[in-house]
Design a protein around this ligand. Structure first.
Ligand SMILES: Cc1cc2nc3c(=O)[nH]c(=O)nc-3n(C[C@H](O)[C@H](O)[C@H](O)COP(=O)(O)OP(=O)(O)OC[C@H]3O[C@@H](n4cnc5c(N)ncnc54)[C@H](O)[C@@H]3O)c2cc1C
Length: 352
């Protein structure tokens, strides 16, 4: 049985980031990155996303930077019932996520990292180390185990025995539609059950998505995706020397559905905790972090309860004049929506 200093299960944003930072800072470390998919299936899985990441995310990820940028984004638009349209300047990117991930994995491999296609079926902990049984029939042992295996994380189920507090099923379409290449749009309304409809540019096409069954697309459909977004955070994300990152830890933001940044940053933080041989630092980073602020879930639940009138009322002060002035007026006039407004401000900081 092969033995590693660290095994990372799942080579998406969270796992690839963890693998990269482990080898970046300690090249002599013996690290295995494992994913159940490769080739076209891997690309297809990782295309099922809006692929929007903020510029701020990459400031937390240096020396990683935005690569394989398809669109430079500098504007975020919000369309609300009652004809309110809000826009803010916000820099970010729509990236080609499969290419971005392969590029980061290439840097990990160049430092001697090992990558294998296999699926973890079960995890056992004995004498302080983890033994993973895989679908190929092989077994591997690890001192540290990082669970980066997404919404249906096998590592989470086997080691922590928990499930995400909330799972939002979404459908997303790549359609024949020409959108401005510099902006991403969010359409709000009670029909989205607390969520929203997104319209992002995707090369010559557009990505349009919404919570499952809440809307339709009228354009010609090129690809259709269905995927779940786990959210709400977990009570614990470390157990002994096992650390959960990204979707496996239900980290996506329930207001924005953004999860790439939390996945990449948590991968880095988990790697740092492994390098310090102190998994507790990872849990201590996550608990009070803005990514994990309880106002996001409260706001998502409040939106899910709002009817058309409520949406219109909560947005009434916006759309005219400066955004900060509208925000302060709205905070004074509608105290019942203060939690929503504050969650929005925080989501602009960490939501994508
Ligand atoms: C429709 C949709 C649109 C989205 N749009 C955006 C967006 O625009 N911006 C944004 O920030 N976020 C977006 N998100 C959220 C974002 O996609 C996720 O939060 C992010 O991909 C999480 O990365 P991850 O590495 O934690 O998990 P994943 O990307 O799910 O990666 C998990 C990896 O683990 C592998 N794996 C699973 N099980 C096993 C196993 N047993 N053994 C081995 N390998 C395994 C999988 O093959 C996969 O490669 C969107 C999500 C959806 C569903």
């Amino acid at each position: 049985m092969e033995e590693y200093d660290a095994v990372i299960v799942g080579g998406g944003c969270a796992g690839t980031s963890a693998a990269f930072f482990l080898k970046e800072y300690r090249p002599e470390m013996n690290v295995l990155l494992m994913d159940r998919l490769d080739g076209k299936n891997y690309d297809l899985y990782h295309r099922m996303c809006g692929e929007a990441v903020s510029e701020a995310a990459f400031r937390q990820l240096r020396p990683l930077r935005a690569e394989h940028v398809v669109h430079d984004i500098n504007y975020v638009e919000e369309i609300w019932p009652g004809g309110v349209v809000m826009g803010i300047r916000h820099n970010g990117y729509v990236i080609d996520r499969p290419k971005f991930l392969r590029s980061v994995q290439g840097r990990y491999l160049a430092k001697g990292g090992i990558m294998e296609k296999d699926a973890v079926l079960s995890v056992q902990r004995e004498n302080g180390r983890y033994t993973l049984s895989c679908s190929s029939g092989s077994k591997v042992a690890a001192k540290y185990l990082i669970g980066a295996d997404g919404v249906n994380s096998r590592v989470r189920r086997e080691v922590f025995g928990t499930e995400p507090p909330e799972v939002i099923w979404t459908e997303q379409y790549i359609v024949d539609k020409d959108l401005p290449s510099n902006k991403i749009s969010f359409i709000q309304g009670p029909q989205y059950n607390g969520g929203y409809r997104w319209e992002f540019p995707a090369g010559k096409h557009a990505r349009i998505g919404f919570p499952r069954g809440t809307d339709v697309v009228k354009e010609d459909i090129i690809e259709k995706h269905r995927r779940a977004i786990p959210t709400g955070g977990l009570d614990r994300i470390t157990d002994g020397r096992c650390l959960l990152v990204g979707d496996a830890a239900a980290m996506p933001n329930p207001l924005t559905f953004g999860g790439i940044r939390a996945a990449l940053v948590s991968g880095r933080k988990a790697a740092e905790a492994v390098l310090w041989d102190d998994p507790g630092t990872y849990e201590r980073w996550w608990r009070p972090s803005l990514f994990n602020h309880p106002s996001f879930m409260r706001a998502y639940r409040q939106f899910a309860e709002l009817n058309e009138e409520g949406y219109k009322e909560s947005a009434r002060m916006f759309g005219r004049g400066s955004l900060p002035a509208s925000f302060f007026k709205a905070m004074l006039i509608y105290p019942k929506y203060r939690g929503l407004y504050m969650a929005y401000v925080r989501s602009a900081m960490v939501g994508w």
